[in-house]
Design a protein around this ligand. Structure first.
Ligand code: GCB
Length: 614
């Protein structure tokens, strides 16, 4: 799916701003036709943003059910000869959209874009009425899974509760930008590229998909592709809908040293008049798992960085360029070279910046909480892969969101791997056919390595699923959820645990999570749990083990920054495992990581500046 961009033939209007908003606890909206009559008692709400913490209303913070958004917009008169599209970056978790009273699209899944063709629904040169009904309920047939129940309030009113297994707040609303954009009537629908190189020559295999609206036009149309270097010089070109272009003296996209070419795709009619034009940045690089190595451009890569969240004060999961850039500058400052989009695909704009900054990304689908416990490292697990919980419908949805994520992100050089689940109950018998089907379907779509992220409670011999994947992520909390306050015992457990996985699987392993809750400003010497000193000691203890073992492919700390969760005894105003506070200021441990991740002696020769660690 192409990101909406302005080009020579396309225009774009950002509908971000203040919209009308109304919660609908009694479910009146549909029966009273709010989609055509308008919202009866709206308040003001920013878009994009989560709605939960904008007002002071406690009911809205924890609200479960339908809410409605509304605004008016103009479509310029001169757009009447084009195709007009309405695109939502994400609506969490489900959305139904009406324009001028007509339903135009429904979407399920809160972390990927969806769009609708509204060419024939809008009034040109006049005001148009846009209404969106957003629902934040979860079920076992969605990702992340969840369950809605009802309770009676003291005032006798029945309200909905959401039971969720994942550890982040159920922020809801229109989270990412809403765009109105045009394409010509016959248009470039999709572009797919694959890159490679041999010696100093780069190759870009491309495939351009043209809309099927006008078959007679198609037979005579011509596609041309031009590649420009970073200084704007044309370096290569190709002709036809499918082709391979050669780039002499190629400059590769490397972690920490991003080089982007601009690809310009042009569609001409039989008179050689340009009909459509689209542009994207591409990076030429290869990714491969070979034996026990993770190779970028043929050289071993060691992941240093974080599991993150899209999360901030007030806006919740609302898109914010300032916050995104702050995070990238902090990652650069601390010496991180990568992050995982735990636990859902992030806004595509984040990937654009990672492409430009040379930060490596593991993109994850929202498959989190596919197990029976909220704080996963504690307690016994019950089976969830069965008819009443994770079933064929869940799998269908899982495959669909994986496909949508790949369709959106496939051309980003920063994305080097797909993570298909975080901490699923993979020791269950039924988990194996589920993940086998998912992996088979995913491999048909893209050849990037596939990762699964495992729960520390599951022993390697009992995991029925890891064998299907190329890279295994391990989430490890010895010294926090077990071996509490005993880092010696924690190190021993960690070492034993990793050795066990290494021996059993013989596949590349990386630590996808390790961390401890830490209250900024709480200092204790000797270190005690929740103090900044304990977080530092915990990282030091883990790093000694990682370095002693030497075979890990990476270390991703949990978490980049403190983030909001649902309320819980072990969640003090959210999850405090951040190395940075929620306001993006460093805790003590940030300096420990910075020292480790920026120390020149720590960069292995073998990886040639990729940031490898022996
Ligand atoms: C995990 C989960 C993550 C939690 C984290 C924690 O294993 O993957 O979503 O936030 O543990 O802090 O408990």
């Amino acid at each position: 799916m192409l990101y909406p961009r302005e080009t020579r033939t396309r225009e774009c209007k950002d509908l971000s701003g203040i919209w009308h908003f109304q919660a609908d606890p009694d479910g009146h909206g549909r029966s009273f036709k709010w989609f055509s009559k308008g919202l009866p008692c709206p308040i003001l709400m920013p878009v994009p943003s989560s709605y939960n913490e904008i007002t002071t209303d406690p009911q809205l913070r924890d609200y479960i059910g339908d809410v409605w958004y509304e605004r008016y917009f103009y479509v310029p008169k001169d757009w009447s000869d084009r195709r007009v599209m309405l695109r939502f970056g994400s609506v969490t978790h489900s959305g139904t959209v009406w324009v001028n009273g007509e339903e135009i699209v429904r979407n399920k899944g809160g972390f990927l874009p969806f769009e609708a063709d509204i060419t024939n629904v809008v009034y040109y040169g006049q005001l148009n009425h846009l209404v969106v009904c957003v629902n934040n309920e979860l079920s076992w047939e969605m990702l992340p899974p969840g369950e809605v129940s009802f309770h009676q309030d003291a005032d006798g009113v029945s309200r909905k509760d959401l039971h969720q297994q994942h550890d982040f707040f159920n922020y809801s609303g229109i989270h990412r930008p809403v765009y109105l954009y045009t394409t010509p009537m016959t248009y470039i629908e999709d572009v797919t590229i694959k890159t490679s190189f041999e010696g100093h020559t780069g190759f870009v295999d491309y495939q351009v998909c043209i809309s099927q609206q006008n078959p007679s036009f198609l037979s005579d149309s011509i596609v041309k592709v031009f590649l420009y270097d970073a200084s704007g010089n044309k370096v290569a070109e190709g002709k036809g809908e499918i082709g391979k272009i050669k780039v002499q003296d190629v400059q590769l996209w490397n972690p920490g040293d991003a080089y982007l070419y601009r690809m310009s795709v042009c569609l001409y009619d039989e008179q050689h008049v340009e009909v459509d034009h689209y542009e994207l940045n591409i990076g030429i690089r290869t990714v491969k798992v070979e034996g026990n190595s993770f190779l970028i451009n043929g050289r071993p890569f060691y992941f240093r960085g974080f599991g993150k969240h899209e999360d901030m004060d007030i806006k919740g999961k609302g898109f914010d360029h300032a916050l995104i850039l702050r995070d990238f500058y902090l990652m650069e400052w601390i010496g991180a070279n990568s992050f995982r989009t735990s636990h859902y695909p992030y806004a595509e704009e984040v990937l654009d910046i990672a492409d430009r900054q040379g930060i490596v990304v593991i993109s994850e689908v929202p498959a989190v909480g596919m197990l029976s416990k909220a704080v996963p490292a504690m307690g016994e697990l019950e089976d969830v892969f069965h008819q009443e919980k994770i079933n064929d419908k869940t799998l269908e949805h899982h495959i669909r969101v994986t496909r949508d994520m790949i369709r959106r992100d496939k051309n980003h050089p920063c994305v080097v791997m797909w993570s298909l689940a975080n901490e699923a109950s993979t020791m269950e018998e039924n988990a194996e056919p589920y993940f086998r089907k998912l992996v088979d379907e995913t491999r048909k779509l893209d050849d990037r390595p596939l990762m699964i992220v495992n729960l520390m409670l599951i022993e390697p011999k009992k995991c029925r699923v890891s064998k299907l994947f190329d890279v295994i992520g391990l989430n490890t909390y010895f010294g926090w959820y077990s071996e509490m306050a005993n880092l010696k015992a924690a190190s021993a457990r960690l070492e034993q645990f990793l050795e066990d996985w290494h021996r059993t699987l013989g596949k590349p392993l990386m630590i996808t999570e390790y961390g401890v809750d830490t209250i900024q400003g709480l200092h204790r010497q000797p270190p005690v749990m929740y103090s900044e000193e304990y977080q530092v000691s915990f990282f030091q203890a883990y790093h000694q083990v990682f370095d002693r073992l030497g075979y890990l492919k990476g270390e991703h700390v949990w978490n980049f920054a403190d983030f909001m969760t649902k309320e819980d005894l072990v969640r003090i105003d959210g999850n405090r495992k951040g190395v940075f506070t929620r306001q993006r200021q460093p805790k003590m441990s940030a300096y420990t990581l910075k020292e480790r991740w920026t120390a020149p002696a720590e960069i292995s020769q073998e990886s040639d500046g990729h940031g490898g660690r022996r």
